[in-house]
Design a protein around this ligand. Structure first.
Ligand code: NAD
Length: 473
């Protein structure tokens, strides 16, 4: 069996304790992950703190290094995509519904993108001839903590801007999907000075130690809102800077003038991509009553036709749910909806077998007040709710603690766009969902997060302002 190791201070570090990471399609062991001890975490943070003193110095070296990492990812793309598919479950290739190959390609794109992003100081106009400049300085050691739905992508999303800004990193992937990121740690260390990029492995107790370590100056966390609140509380004790990308219960509003054949595939893909395990996926659809039956039927047909299976089978479009707790959660939410009177238009049950497979499920005749409408399901089951007026649809979409993304669908794009400012979500689209160009910032409102990632705003989150004011006398 393949034993994976951590990367601490540029060296491969294994542990006597560890655990088996399972393939969610088969239940077979993919590899053995190490479990980082508190002493090893201390060594990683101290190595990052030492490396910071040099790493922060030369921006051009950092840019070259980021380009080198992009090259390393591309060189090892096939190996990384295969491993990612084995531990996470997503197909190796299946572009429209999310796949491991695309996830790895995007990681390389992030490193190239940040390698070229401008970080030069901003000059403040001055009346008296003095030179005032706003510099963006690094913060120090950054603790980066990521979830299991996009292990490689969400890690790269943080690592590339953190390193470009001059910080050093200790990264912890989810305990459900640590292997691809552990392998990336080994590969990247070919291009990085020791201590600049450390990868440790463990569960929430290790994450908690990272967020309370006195040498950590920045925390960037992606995961559930429940954990995000604990991270925020830990950060507050020491006023560590913190970015939180948390859960969502993202609504789509479908107006009465849509062309159902045109929008249904887009809504389906934006809801079922990555087997529904995307923070920004459409999680509830509000459809005008006049189009309700037609939309339910179109989405149900798509759900019945999609091929669910092992990520390494080239015919597979949708993989399994990644882990048992999440599988049980989706199953319970669907059962709760059924017992509350929902009509199952497609799917509705787990698929028998060794893996955590669930039939792509469309639920009709559901409404607010049912758990699967009110809570984040994070799986392949979508409730469709009817409405009568636009005002009512907007109010119901906003009636949530979450505020991550939302979309409005209409044949009249001006009409759709007029609703966007009323939606309490960080990213809102008309006639699209889940579009994220690299330079578009991503920031959750309400319980969906604090701060931004992606683009220049994402980079600035790994910096602090220093104003230099030079008086020339
Ligand atoms: P989770 O909160 O259970 O775990 C996320 C990470 O936090 C893991 O690495 C875990 O080990 C670690 N952790 C657990 N307890 C901790 C603690 N007390 N202190 C520090 N770290 C701790 O989330 P998950 O189940 O892995 O991910 C699914 C959730 O993530 C969903 O709610 C989803 O919406 C959200 N998510 C959000 C985004 C976004 O960008 N907004 C992206 C992807 C996923």
């Amino acid at each position: 069996m393949n034993q994976f190791s951590m990367t601490i201070n540029g060296s491969r570090v294994s542990t006597s304790s560890g655990y088996d990471v399972l393939n969610p399609s088969t239940g077979e062991v993919v590899g053995r992950a190490p479990l980082c001890s508190p002493q090893q975490l201390g060594a990683a943070v101290e190595a990052a703190d030492r490396a910071y003193r040099t790493w922060r110095g030369d921006e051009s070296v950092r840019r070259e290094t980021l380009r080198a990492i992009a090259g390393i990812i591309r060189e090892h793309a096939a190996e990384l995509a295969s491993l990612l598919s084995l531990e996470q479950g997503k197909p190796v290739t299946s572009f429209e519904l999310g796949d491991a190959t695309t996830e790895i390609e995007i990681c390389a794109m992030y490193f190239d993108y940040y390698a070229d992003l401008d970080l030069s100081p901003e000059i403040v106009p001055s009346d008296d001839g003095s030179r005032i400049a706003i510099h963006r300085r690094p913060l120090g050691v950054a603790a980066l903590i990521t979830p299991w739905n996009f292990p490689a992508y969400l890690s790269s999303w943080k690592v590339a801007p953190a390193l470009l800004a001059g910080n050093t990193v200790v990264l912890k992937p989810s305990e459900f999907t640590p292997l691809t990121v552990l392998r990336m740690g080994q590969l990247f260390s070919q291009a990085l000075p020791p201590g600049v990029f450390n990868v440790v492995a463990g569960d929430g107790s290790l994450g908690q130690l990272m967020t309370t370590h006195p040498l950590v100056r920045k925390i960037s966390f992606t995961g559930s809102t429940v954990t995000g609140k604990k991270v925020a509380a830990a950060a507050a004790q020491d006023l560590k800077r913190v970015t939180l990308e948390l859960g969502g219960n993202d609504p789509a509003i479908v107006l009465d003038d849509v062309d159902v054949d045109q929008i249904a595939p887009q809504i389906f893909n934006a809801s079922f991509g990555n087997a529904g395990q995307v923070c920004t996926n459409i999680k509830r659809v509000y459809v005008h009553r006049s189009k309700y039956d037609e939309v339910v039927e179109a989405l149900a047909e798509l759900a019945k036709s999609v091929r669910v299976g092992d990520g390494h089978d080239p015919r597979t479009q949708l993989g399994p749910i990644n882990n048992r707790p999440q599988f049980e959660r989706v199953r319970d939410l669907v059962n709760d909806a059924k017992s509350s009177g929902a009509r199952v238009a497609a799917g509705g049950s787990a698929i028998e077998g060794a893996g955590f497979f669930f039939q792509p499920t469309i639920l009709a005749n559901v409404s607010d007040g049912t758990r699967i409408v009110d809570e984040e399901q994070f799986g392949p089951a979508l409730p469709i709710v009817s409405f009568d007026t636009e005002e009512e649809a907007v109010a119901r979409a906003n009636n949530s603690h979450y505020g991550l993304t939302a979309s409005v669908w209409s044949s009249d794009s001006t009409r759709a766009a007029s609703l966007l400012p009323q939606l309490e979500s960080g990213t809102v689209w008309t006639n699209a969902h889940n579009r994220f160009p690299l330079d578009q910032p991503f920031a959750g409102q309400k319980w969906s997060g604090i701060g931004a990632e992606n683009g220049r705003d994402g980079l600035l989150g790994y910096t602090q302002i220093q104003v230099t004011h030079e008086v020339h006398g």
